[in-house]
Design a protein. Sequence first.
Length: 81
Amino acid sequence: MSKLQDLFNRFCESSSIHGINYWHTTLWTFVTLLGIGSAAFMIRNNFISWESNPIIVSVWQVPIEQSPFPGITICPLDDTR
């Protein structure tokens, strides 16, 4: 890949075609703008999805007598294998 890239760079530097040496900058500008546009599109879609599906949180109190006691397991501390 490096030989091909080196050949392309030498071609761009020595070419008489107007603006060919600016392709590298143009390509990276296009890639950067494409990435920013894609990120903005995904952020917009996620925001619309978040806005259309609200999260409903409800809180209620349960007396301690009505809540079940959690199961407890006591593990031995010996290294038995």
